[in-house]
Design a protein. Sequence first.
Length: 119
Amino acid sequence: MRVFKTKWFTKAAKSHAIKDSDLCRAIDAVMEGKADDLGGGVYKKRLNQNRDRAIILAKGGDHWFYTFLYAKQDMANIDDSELSGFRELAKHYACLADEKITVLIKNKELVEICHDRKN
């Protein structure tokens, strides 16, 4: 299993004081079914003592991408058009070959986290 966060998510998580270790624990919870499955490879997970929400995109359960973060107080939920956009993005992530992921990491568009996970 490989877990990534986007460049945008990296900045947002830092401003919300969310550590990579918190994100790794959250992925474990998602894999246990403790997240909202929004369909089409899109998941919503509560973070930071229920103050924040993360949108996570999945690629067949082997690759997970933290993509969007928002504070519960600022936004109740994502709307239908945003969900549609995330589902479309999940399709693109699902087609990424490992070589392309490596390029995205080198270009600092993705950051790989949870290196020690064995799931």
